[in-house]
Ligand binder design. Structure first.
Ligand code: ZN
Length: 157
């Protein structure tokens, strides 16, 4: 059902169909500033090396607040996914069907995201992914994931 049909059927306004967006906090702001610049930044503990994602005020491993933002490779593997077909909030209905994915970053953390630029039939757990950034508002760019293109090599047989 597209936005126009939703509005008519359920008497919704444009405001009702606005998607909720991340609200940067003082400890997540650098992450969201990074995605605007096409960088995936991970909050890394300078004392024990633990990466907290989502970022938090202090290291959840050793409680240190001595941290730095390190740019991730932008590579990941798909851990699990679901095809959403029904039962989502109104703002997401025009996007149906879409993928909700758990993505394991090369650096370790697991991220909740989505898969784009891929036929659903080709999505498989364990597939190699690379990050892309979707500018959903002037302030927010969401990291999403697409399959890593395989190099086609000529058969030298
Ligand atoms: Zn630590």
């Amino acid at each position: 059902m597209d936005a126009k049909e939703l509005k008519e059927k359920f008497k919704l306004t444009d405001e009702d169909l606005k998607k909720p967006l991340p609200i940067p906090t003082k400890w997540s702001k650098p992450f969201w500033e990074g995605t605007k610049q096409r960088k995936l930044l991970l909050k890394t503990c300078k004392d024990c090396g633990h990466i907290d994602h989502p970022p938090y005020l202090y290291c959840t491993e050793c409680q240190s607040d001595n941290s730095e933002w390190v740019q991730a490779s932008g590579r990941a593997k798909l851990y699990a996914f679901a095809v959403n077909e029904i039962g989502v909030p109104f703002p997401f209905m025009p996007d149906l069907p879409y993928i909700t994915a758990l993505v394991d970053l090369k650096e370790g953390p697991r991220m909740v995201s989505t898969i784009v630029e891929c036929d659903f039939k080709d999505i498989k757990n364990g597939m190699a992914l690379e990050v892309v950034f979707d500018d959903v508002s002037p302030e927010i760019s969401l990291p999403k994931w697409k399959p890593v293109k395989k190099w086609v090599t000529k058969d030298r047989g």
